[in-house]
Design a protein around this ligand. Structure first.
Ligand code: PLP
Length: 403
């Protein structure tokens, strides 16, 4: 049985009638840019995250949400922004696009998110902001990150593109820093019908400024005190996302059930582990036992008890001989694909190793390098059936028994 990494058709099929009616409504309205649908969508997102509607700004993509936040902070040449090296490219791309310098920090070997100690060590007098990423649906260690940022007068922009509705100690992702950036790219937990995003802004004055920059900084129209861009969300996109938003909690619950089932089936095997609960590198002085040679073959991802993880990805690490070079992981990836199981590497090259950042001095970030060589993401889309999930598990087990 072939199992895709994800499929959107199954998610959207049951909503087909409602989506088509919504499309017709927007078609007939003749209003295609911003407008009432976007305003309503912003209000609903705000409500779901305990914010006021003014603090939520619908934008054209997650990438543009990040860029808009950095422009709102007036960052540019001479400024430094710290971000984790193990993330999607857009986290660092926005920093470079405003002319500031991305400074890469290492990540936690357990939760894969920004290591607060590495962040603190990367701070210089030029550091203006930090971008913690809530990777794969689990929040970074925000209490410590916020504390370090506050002590140094640094702004915090949460890259919550993969974490809409995830929580850290009861607090929603994207509401703990000065800014929170979200994406509705079709494969995110709230997946749209093309590109879309949102920016949460804590300070009302900065929120007003970001809203202006979304439309070229013009207010009143054609009078520009600021240089912004076109970062607008389409009315159609907002209207269709409003159909899906009430289902987000259900999607995330289905993903969590898959994660639990993976844990239950796979942890029964020798050589399959999760890092011990409470052993967070972010909070404790935790030496990464995964760096030691061992009989361990697969590490499953851990969601901390203090986090509500939304499992945008279920990312395992492949260990054992050949792990450091990526050979072991590539071997499992090839095996899964031969057996028609969808799997993908998020992300194969850490940001500090990307060619476009080669001119900056290259920091030593051993955990980011190690994760990039070992990581492999498995199917965890909400609509996956129990039979499909079992097929993934059986295929993993047969690989384990041969290796
Ligand atoms: C998807 C993603 C983005 C960019 O979002 P787009 O909507 O695709 O522009 C940024 N950061 C992270 C961590 C992402 O996963």
């Amino acid at each position: 049985m072939a199992v895709p990494l994800f499929t959107l058709a199954r998610q959207n099929q049951p909503l087909r009638e409602e989506l088509l009616q919504t499309f017709e409504k927007v078609l007939d309205s003749g209003m295609y840019i911003l407008g009432e649908e976007v305003t309503q969508f912003e209000a609903e997102l705000a409500q779901a995250n305990g914010l006021s509607p003014e603090q939520v700004i619908g934008v054209s993509s997650g990438t543009d949400a990040l860029l808009l936040a950095l422009m709102t902070m007036d960052l540019g040449p001479g400024d430094e922004v710290i971000c984790p090296s193990f993330s999607f490219f857009a986290t660092a791309g926005g920093i470079a696009r405003v002319g500031a310098k991305p400074v890469f920090a290492d990540v936690c070997p357990v939760c894969f998110n920004l290591d607060p100690d590495s962040f603190a060590a990367a701070i210089t007098p030029r550091t203006k902001a930090v971008i913690p990423v809530h990777l794969f649906g689990q929040c970074a260690e925000m209490d410590r990150i916020n504390e370090i940022a506050r002590d140094h007068g640094i702004m915090v922009l949460e890259d919550a593109a993969q974490a809409l509705s995830a929580r850290y100690r009861e607090k929603p992702a994207g509401t703990m820093g000065d800014f929170g950036a979200f994406s509705f790219f079709p494969t995110k937990n709230l997946g749209g019908f093309g590109d879309g995003g949102a920016l949460f802004v804590r300070d009302p004055d900065l929120a007003r400024k970001a809203r202006l920059l979304r439309v070229h900084g013009g207010y009143p129209k054609y009078y520009h005190s600021l240089v912004g861009g076109n970062f607008r969300l389409d009315a159609l996109q907002a209207a269709l996302l409003r159909v899906k938003l009430p289902h987000l909690a259900g999607f995330s619950a289905a993903r969590a059930a898959h994660a639990e089932a993976y844990h239950e089936a796979l942890l029964a095997e020798d050589r399959v582990f999760v890092p011990g609960e409470g052993q967070c590198h972010c909070l404790n002085d935790f030496s990464d036992s995964r760096q030691e040679p061992s009989q361990r073959k697969l590490w499953l991802p851990l969601a901390y008890q203090h986090n509500d993880c939304i499992w945008n990805q279920f990312t395992i690490l492949v260990d054992g001989p050949g792990a450091a070079t990526g050979e072991a992981r590539d071997n499992l990836l090839a095996y899964l694909r031969e057996n028609n199981i969808g799997a993908e590497i998020y992300y194969p090259v850490p940001l500090h190793q990307q060619e476009c950042f080669a001119s900056s001095e290259k920091p030593e970030l051993p955990i980011a390098d190690s994760l990039a060589a070992r990581c492999l993401s498995l199917p965890i889309f909400p609509e996956m059936t129990a039979q499909e999930r079992n097929e993934v598990i059986q295929t993993l087990l047969s690989w384990l028994h041969q290796n």
